[in-house]
Structures are given as structure tokens and as C-alpha cells.
Design a protein. Structure first.
Length: 118
């Protein structure tokens, strides 16, 4: 199983990024997908999650209205559109695949760094 994030980088405040996460070696359509982030000195926190069917997205209050999670089951890929970024969005963003029935079956990626700075 491999979970690989991409799309991070340096972005100015107010800018946008699209993060991608490709999960291979699993029945992707049976997994809920989730983005978490961890800023320096802070605990990892939920950013957004989406069900295996691609419905019922859930967002942290801090990103509602700015971030959008989506998925393409044909491409085994989940996306996080990140708009109107703020310095406090700076963090390593992690993608994980969580089996929709057996939630203990969870696979993490290595993370992608997002840095918001002018």
C-alpha cells in the first residue's frame, strides 16, 4: 500500500494550492479519505474528510469556506483545494485512507509541506 501526497509548496497569503493524494494497493472506493495537518509544535488535526462514496464532506471550522475536499475514484486520488490561505495554514498536510467498515485499517502518507508566507 502506498499513499503519496503532492502539491505542497510556498504560497503567499490569500493564494491557492491544490494538494493531491494518490493511494495505491487498496480498493480505493472502499476507503474514506482524510486530510490532517500538523504545524510545528502543535498536534495533528483534522482538516477535511470525505466518505468512500464522495459525499458528506466534513471540514474543520478553521478551513470551512476556504478548503474543498474531493475525490476521483477512477484515479485513486483525493484532492484538497486550498484557497485564501493564511499564515496559520502553514503545516505538513497528511493524507490517510481509512477503510469504510474496518476503521482500524488506515494508511498514512508521508505528508507534504505547505508554507504560507509573503
Amino acid at each position: 500500500v502506498k499513499v503519496v501526497e503532492s502539491g505542497g509548496g510556498l504560497v503567499q497569503p490569500g493564494g491557492s494550492l491544490r494538494l493531491s493524494c494518490v493511494a495505491s494497493g487498496i480498493a480505493f472506493s472502499r476507503f474514506n479519505m482524510r486530510w490532517d495537518r500538523q504545524a510545528p509544535g502543535k498536534e495533528r488535526e483534522l482538516v477535511a474528510e470525505i466518505t468512500s462514496a464522495g459525499d458528506r464532506p466534513n471540514y474543520a471550522d478553521s478551513v470551512k469556506g476556504r478548503f474543498t475536499i474531493s475525490r476521483d475514484n477512477a484515479k485513486n486520488t483525493v484532492y484538497l483545494q486550498v484557497n485564501s490561505v493564511k499564515p496559520e495554514d502553514t503545516a505538513v498536510y497528511y493524507c490517510s485512507a481509512i477503510h469504510s467498515v474496518v476503521s482500524a485499517s488506515r494508511f498514512w502518507g508521508q505528508g507534504t509541506q505547505v508554507t504560507v508566507s509573503s
